[in-house]
Write a protein that binds this ligand. Structure first.
Ligand code: HEM
Length: 141
């Protein structure tokens, strides 16, 4: 097999679409690493703070406090080089009495934020699949 063919096969195996030089193998890297996660979380939180379905929840939460925590959390769950040491999803959302409708609204805003950040649909779904199991800790009503 020619060397160029082997490189292409390796790239395909790694899930790369842009060529070996830009190959990224963790979901974190495919989302654009720190800069990409920063853009995604920024775009999602901007929506959380203004969405009429959600903004009451965030009234007393400082975005400057929340954003880096959220970014570290996303970095951690997408196999990036971060260790999330914040509270568990159950502990941080306990007492907020989040129902299914508000949870769905947050997911929708995250999807719109990822659209804004230019994240391909396939990667959006991979991130959402990692967050989906947390629903049972976050939705308590
Ligand atoms: C998959 C969905 C969600 C994820 C991954 C997520 C993630 C997080 C993270 C990482 C924190 C910081 C925790 C800490 O460092 O202590 C946090 C806090 C918070 N989240 Fe979520 N969250 C989600 C859904 C929601 C929803 C649906 C709401 C409201 C409708 C919400 C409202 C809040 C609020 C108000 C805080 C701040 C709590 C405080 O002041 O202590 N979150 N969330």
């Amino acid at each position: 097999m020619q060397k160029s063919m082997r490189i292409l096969l390796l790239a395909a195996w790694l899930g790369c679409t842009t060529g070996p030089a830009l190959c990224a193998n963790s979901l974190y890297e495919q989302l654009g690493a720190a800069a990409g996660v920063h853009r995604i979380v920024g775009a999602a939180l901007r929506r959380y703070y203004t969405d009429p379905r959600l903004h009451d929840d965030f009234d007393n939460v400082n975005q400057v406090w929340l954003q880096p925590r959220f970014e570290t959390f996303i970095c951690h769950v997408t196999d990036g080089p971060c260790l999330y040491k914040g509270r568990s999803m159950a502990a941080s959302h306990r007492g907020l009495h989040i129902d299914q409708a508000r949870f769905n609204a947050a997911v929708e805003d995250l999807q719109d934020g990822m659209d804004e950040a230019g994240v391909p649909f396939r990667l959006q779904n991979r991130l959402l699949a990692r967050l989906a199991p947390m629903e049972r800790d976050i939705v308590t009503r």
